[in-house]
Structure formats: structure tokens, C-alpha cells
Ligand binder design. Structure first.
Ligand SMILES: Nc1ncnc2c1ncn2[C@@H]1O[C@H](COP(=O)(O)OP(=O)(O)O)[C@@H](O)[C@H]1O
Length: 196
């Protein structure tokens, strides 16, 4: 099974997925009922190691899986076909990136964050003000959520608002998606006020 963890840059994908193995162990050991292979007919994950997690942005860099370099944006244009083939070979359970929803997945987690907080996080991470603002606007417009729903359908999308959650708390909610204990959800936040 593959679970994509996507969201606008700054929503906390890298941080939450880095905490995932520890949180998975803590949650699944604490709840023996999640060791079943299916919950309510849904496939579940009952074991997770660091090898099961793939950070696409690292892979794109380390394997040079890009077709072009965008100097203005200080970023690369990913070669999605090459990326898909490398990811298929590695068969990870969790795929983390703002591009993850462009690859096939059984479930898609979309991390969300209130745009002002998102911009604050990006500035704190060292991003330029312009880039932080651009991403905050994109988050207010639900761009990645809409793409995820269009590609994978409402029944496969799980929206998680990270605005007031710690990375561990966000990771716990992703664990619930992996173990089949969370229902799909989309449109649970409304950040459009940021644009007014
Ligand atoms: N839940 C959270 N609450 C507050 N700050 C966070 C949270 N998750 C991540 N951060 C911080 O926000 C910044 C962006 O997080 P990061 O995981 O790199 O986002 P992404 O991978 O989605 O681009 C980092 O500086 C990180 O420390």
C-alpha cells in the first residue's frame, strides 16, 4: 500500500514524516487492535521502518531526477516519469513531497496550514518573503487539496490541519490513516479570508 503525504511547502510534511516511525511504534504497540490486516474492509499497515518512507525531494536531488533547473525560483523541474519509475522500484509505503499526489497512491494525506502561520514557518526556515507569500496564497486557494481530489477522488483524500498541532500530533494522525482508523475528509478548513 502507498500513502502519499502532500501539501503546500511549509505545511510540515518533512517534519511530520520524520517522526512517523517512532509515532507508529508508540501508537500501534499501544493499540493491539490495529495489528489486523484490514479494518472495516480497508487495507492497513502493521509495521513501518525508515526504509518504508521516501522523501521525494531528496530522491530528485540525489538521483538527478529533473529535466531542468529554474534559476529564478532556485528549484528544479522534476522528471515525473523517471521519478515514478524509481519510486515504483523502491516500493515505499509513505511518499512525502508537495509532488507526492502526482504519483499513484492508495491514500493521499494533504497537510494544511493557516496561510499566515505557513508564511511564518517558511520565513523561519529561511525562505525569501516572496516565496513565503506565494505559498501562503496557494494554500489559501486550496491548490494542492484540489489537485489531490481531482487525481485520487474524495474517497482517498485525508486532510489534516497542522496549524495548531505539534509535529508529533500530526504524525499520530498520519498513523491513523496508515492503520485505516481515519475516514477520508476534504474541505474541512477555510483559509480564503487570507486573500481579502
Ligand atoms: N506542526 C508544526 N508546528 C510548527 N512548526 C512546524 C510544524 N511542522 C513543521 N514546522 C516548521 O515549519 C517549517 C517547515 O516544515 P517542513 O517540515 O520543512 O515543511 P514541508 O516539508 O511541508 O515543506 C520548519 O521550519 C519546521 O520546523
Amino acid at each position: 500500500m502507498r500513502v502519499a503525504v502532500t501539501g503546500t511547502p511549509g505545511t510540515g510534511k518533512t517534519t511530520a514524516t520524520a517522526a512517523l516511525v517512532d509515532r507508529f511504534d508508540a501508537n500501534v504497540e499501544a493499540d493491539t487492535s490495529t495489528s489486523a490486516v484490514t479494518v472495516d474492509g480497508k487495507e492497513t499497515v502493521d509495521e513501518l521502518t525508515a526504509d518504508d518512507i521516501c522523501h521525494l525531494n531528496d530522491l530528485i536531488e540525489s538521483e538527478s531526477l529533473y529535466t531542468d533547473v529554474d534559476e529564478d525560483r532556485d528549484s528544479v523541474i522534476a522528471d515525473m516519469d523517471a521519478l515514478e519509475s524509481v519510486v515504483d522500484d523502491r516500493a515505499p509505503v509513505v511518499v512525502d513531497s508537495h509532488l507526492a499526489h502526482h504519483l499513484p497512491a492508495d491514500r493521499v494525506v494533504v497537510l494544511r496550514c493557516e496561510p499566515n502561520e505557513l508564511a511564518r514557518r517558511l520565513r523561519e526556515r529561511g525562505e525569501a518573503a516572496e516565496k513565503a507569500h506565494e505559498n501562503a496564497e496557494s494554500e489559501a486557494l486550496d491548490v494542492i487539496l484540489a489537485e489531490a481530489v481531482e487525481s485520487h477522488g474524495l474517497e482517498s483524500v485525508y486532510e489534516i490541519d497542522t496549524t495548531e498541532r505539534t509535529p508529533d500530533d500530526v504524525a499520530d494522525r498520519i498513523v491513523d490513516v496508515l492503520t485505516g482508523e481515519r475516514e477520508p475528509s476534504a474541505g474541512t478548513v477555510d483559509f480564503v479570508g487570507y486573500l481579502q
